[in-house]
Design a protein around this ligand. Structure first.
Ligand code: C2O
Ligand code: CU
Length: 505
């Protein structure tokens, strides 16, 4: 006779010591489809369904999760100022929500679940559905993903971009072609996706780094272009923790946009850095025919991400002349003048980032940590870390309150200067991408030196040991989250809710 203990044991420890794992079985699952672009007009209704799929990653065939069966899910292309209805159905293997990352939408559709979070909606149960009304006030590239167990769901494929086409036709420079690229990684072990426990996130110390790079869900996609093309790349970092530093040797790359629209000054760049959830928009000029490599370049190594083959057949029309014109954003230049005084005043709020690993030695850093952890340097310790033995905290400077005990309240129209201090001497100093829901902000300075190229942002990378000042434009009433966008850090509670009241209420 089987005792309860036996059953728990067989059930509990059947995947590399991971307790109560999510199934990895691909039997009977539909094959993943190629991602589509879905153009939505104002008031259109999108049927969006999250479900389990079977997908090939290199040599492996694995169970993943997908929106409308593709990874990434459908890229939504919408007009600035429009609104759409999304009828969402959950056919995955856990309850979930959809969060519309970076959009200043109506608070009740932000997709933050009640429960552990002070959220706005009940999680959508397996088999359940929810109808979102989503609006797109700002041009640029955004994305959507779940807001429950992102460590599992995002890693398994629930993410997709949103392109918001500006009302002003001259907002972006002219290009021959636009491409959206999600940058991701996934952790494969012996032909399987490294298992996840249903009950407890792991890898919470440094986050779950992958060992296989994925661009638009593929291991080494090929892009074909024509000689002389100017191509706009909308880059979205959908990884759990990996910071990408993107290069395209041999091609000219021009930075034109960031999280929420244009940059103040277009500039030629050799590389662009994106932490999880950040977006970067670059225009790339392929002057010569031939083979190019899109690369992720760190101080230690270079990963090929995608190949670009450029045919000798010249592109028509040529936008080379416009490409070499560097424009400035009148809106952001005007803001620079307006916010000059903000740079010198004391911050309204201070947030300290603190790691606590009780009983562990100090693992990295001391007083001169690496500004960015590019790789998992302590695999065993990281694998064993959970929200029960590793504590990530956002600490309010004024009250000492941490994470969900932080209680910030503002009024619509407030310009709130927040100083984020990533202490070099905590138990595990590392970088953190700090994300504000519901609003947009400007990065004023890093370690006291002012930002030379403003852009509206919703996520800022704070390197180990760094102090970053941001100015948050409180423009959207509601209860909104602030959190680290490393999926495992969010699961460890590195988040809180702030309130924006309507003016005159
Ligand atoms: Cu993409 Cu709460 O975040
Ligand atoms: Cu973090």
């Amino acid at each position: 006779m089987k005792t309860n203990m036996d059953m728990n044991h067989t059930h509990g420890e059947d995947m590399d010591g991971v307790t109560d794992p999510f199934s990895q079985d691909t039997t009977g699952l539909p094959d993943a489809l190629a991602p589509q672009i879905v153009v939505l007009q104002h008031d259109d209704v999108l049927e969006l369904r999250a479900e389990q799929v079977r997908k090939r990653i290199g040599e492996a065939t694995v169970k993943m999760l997908a929106y409308n069966r593709s990874i990434p899910g459908p890229t939504l292309k919408v007009a600035q100022g429009s609104e759409v209805t999304v009828h969402f159905t959950n056919q995955t293997d856990l309850e979930t929500t959809v969060h519309w990352h970076g959009l200043r939408l109506d608070n009740r559709f932000d997709g933050v679940p009640t429960g552990a979070h002070q959220g706005m909606m009940a999680p959508v149960p397996i088999g359940g559905s929810f109808t979102y009304r989503v609006r797109f006030p700002d041009p640029g590239v955004y994305w959507y993903h779940p807001h429950l167990r992102e460590d599992y769901t995002q890693e398994l494929g629930l993410y997709a971009p949103i392109i918001v086409v500006p009302t002003d036709a001259a907002y972006w420079p002219p290009v021959n072609r636009e491409l959206t690229l999600t940058l991701d990684d996934i952790l494969l072990e012996e032909g399987k996706i490294a298992p996840f426990s249903r009950t407890l996130s792991d890898h919470t110390a440094m986050g779950r780094f992958g060992n296989v790079m994925l661009v638009n869900g593929e291991t080494s996609p090929q892009l074909s272009l024509s000689q002389g093309e100017v191509v706009r790349l909308y880059l979205v970092n959908t990884a759990n923790v990996r910071v990408f530093n993107v290069r395209l040797p041999g091609a000219r790359m021009k930075l034109v946009g960031s999280d929420n629209g244009r940059v103040e000054r277009e500039e030629f760049v050799e590389e662009v850095l994106l932490s999880p959830s950040e977006r970067t928009i670059v225009d790339v000029f392929f002057e010569h025919a031939g083979q190019y490599l899109l690369e992720h370049h760190t101080p230690e190594r270079t990963y090929p991400l995608a190949t670009v083959s450029v045919e000798a057949q010249p592109a028509q029309p040529s936008f080379a002349q416009a490409f070499f014109t560097l424009r400035t954003s009148a809106e952001l230049e005007a803001l620079r003048a307006k916010i000059a005084a903000e740079a010198d005043r004391q911050p309204d709020k201070t947030l300290a980032i603190v790691a606590e690993m009780p009983g562990m030695e100090h693992h990295a850093g001391g007083h001169h940590p690496e500004p960015i952890e590019w790789e998992d340097t302590m695999e065993e310790m990281n694998r064993m870390s959970t929200p029960q033995n590793m504590f990530w905290k956002l600490v309010d400077g004024a009250t000492g309150a941490a994470n969900h005990d932080i209680d910030w309240s503002f009024t619509d129209g407030d310009q709130v200067k927040v100083r984020i201090v990533n202490a070099a001497d905590s138990d595990h100093p590392m970088q953190h991408p700090i994300h504000f829901h519901g609003q947009r902000f400007l990065v004023l300075s890093r370690d006291g030196s002012s930002n030379e190229n403003l852009a509206w942002k919703d996520t800022v990378l704070v390197r180990a040991g760094e102090t970053v000042d941001i100015l948050v434009d409180m423009s959207n009433p509601g209860a909104w989250m602030v959190h680290c966008h490393i999926a495992e850090h969010l699961e460890s509670g590195m988040m809180f809710t702030y309130h924006v009241q309507e003016r005159g209420v």
